[in-house]
Write a protein that binds this ligand. Structure first.
Ligand SMILES: Nc1ncnc2c1ncn2[C@@H]1O[C@H](COP(=O)(O)OP(=O)(O)OP(=O)(O)O)[C@@H](O)[C@H]1O
Ligand SMILES: [Mg+2]
Length: 393
């Protein structure tokens, strides 16, 4: 293999990129990362870190010349960057799909136009045209910026039209945005899939997710739901991937209502936090599959070998900057610690995760919550899991 055949390009150098780079290197590839942050976590696994903005022409030229194919781990890469690269080198996922899902207005409009179920929402384009949108739905509602939101950032919950209006008056940088009715959820699930250039789709088991303050807290896989609901979610995610002409790893987040109606929350054009369990519990992880699809290699089996629960480790755990007592994790024989190599543990920042395996999803979850509570050194459970739990045994 030539050096170029052996080199993969990665746009974005966060933890998702780090886990992609680790998988790629294990499989014999070199990885070049483009990320403006000198401390990008993926850089530790990269053979070259181009530390420039995403639209730097010299870096793009260099990547196109040096890489066999290019992928992204960061959904806010400018679409122009993907388009420029695509003129010279394979880029997966492509610019069209990424530009739709990186903008909530385009994403929701696409979903509604294609007939996928979404909650009630309205587009709030600017200050002068806000009133029709703000009066078109029921409250409470959520305002969400069209671009650059993540982990609940760029969102505000508003209880009434008046509150929405005054929030927007005080926060003009929210525009353009959308407003969504708050849905009464029974639970949240996600489907992660990989779609190859010739349209073959592989899915992992559906994941069940619990968020805390807008940030993913716990994932349980397989989700404790009826098979029929899981099948419906998987089908819908495949249809979305197909309608986007998507090639690569894609995640679809769903809300499940009290009557088991599925509503699409959002789409991520990359591996997903709720798919980290695949690293330790599936034959092929979401990151290995991303490498395979990028390089036109056959897809690996997505079979899950053992139920799993994943808990995110946020910066809050580093009380007074002290490293948490990892010995507690190593004491649990079926727990796996993953740290992302980030230096400053700020509150709310994703620093790592732990996956705990077990003979059943419930048992894995119980062990994971126990471990989390010991790390937090709290007697009371910090996470409450919805009581739903369809008994599928
Ligand atoms: N309309 C809604 N009704 C009820 N809950 C919601 C609604 N929108 C968002 N949430 C809650 O907030 C969480 C985060 O929302 P969303 O997925 O839109 O945010 P985000 O900032 O894009 O997050 P990320 O990209 O990290 O998943 C959801 O997973 C859900 O728990
Ligand atoms: Mg989300």
């Amino acid at each position: 293999m030539s050096q170029r055949e052996r080199t993969l390009g990665l746009l974005g150098g966060g933890q998702l990129g780090r886990m992609f780079a680790s998988a790629a290197r294990t499989m014999g590839f070199d990885v070049w990362v483009l990320d403006p942050d000198p401390l990008a976590p993926a850089a530790h696994f990269a053979s070259r870190h181009l530390c420039t903005p995403f639209d730097d022409d010299t870096s793009l030229e260099l990547l196109a010349r040096s890489c066999r194919a290019i992928t992204t781990e960061f959904e806010n890469v400018p679409a122009r960057t993907l388009e420029l690269l695509a003129q010279k080198v394979t880029v997966r996922p492509g610019a069209r799909a990424v530009s739709i899902v990186q903008d909530r207005i385009q994403e929701k409009t696409f979903l509604r136009r294609e007939g996928f179920p979404v909650g009630t929402f309205a587009i709030v384009p600017d200050r002068d045209n806000a009133i029709p949108a703000l009066t078109s739905l029921k409250y409470p509602a959520l305002l969400k910026t069209a671009r650059f939101g993540y982990d609940g950032k760029g969102q505000a919950r508003v209880g009434s039209f008046a509150e929405a209006q005054s929030f927007l008056e005080q926060n003009p940088d929210m525009f353009p945005c959308i407003i969504e009715e708050v849905i009464s959820l029974r639970l949240e699930i996600s489907v992660i899939l990989a779609r190859s250039a010739n349209g073959i789709v592989s899915h992992w088991p559906v994941a069940e997710n619990v968020h805390h303050r807008g940030i993913l807290d716990v994932t349980v896989a397989p989700a404790r739901i009826r098979d029929e609901l899981a099948t419906r979610a998987r089908r819908m995610a495949s249809d979305i991937a197909q309608r986007l002409d998507y090639v690569g790893v894609l995640a679809v987040e769903f809300f499940v209502t009290g009557i088991d109606q599925l509503l699409v929350n959002e789409i991520a054009p990359r591996p997903h936090n709720s798919g980290h369990y695949t690293l330790d519990s599936c034959i092929t992880s979401q990151f290995e599959q991303q490498v395979r699809v990028l390089c036109d290699l056959p897809m690996g089996s997505t079979e899950q070998l053992r139920p799993a629960a994943m808990i995110n480790l946020l910066g809050d755990l580093w009380q007074e900057g002290k490293t948490p007592p990892w010995a507690l994790v190593f004491d649990e024989p079926e727990a796996k610690l993953h740290l992302y190599g980030k230096e400053s543990p700020r509150p709310g920042r994703k620093m790592g995760h732990i996956t705990v395996l077990g003979p059943s999803a419930n048992e894995a979850l119980e062990r994971a919550l126990h471990l989390k509570n010991s790390l937090l050194n709290r007697e009371k459970q910090s996470t409450s899991i919805p009581e739903q739990i369809d008994d599928i045994s």
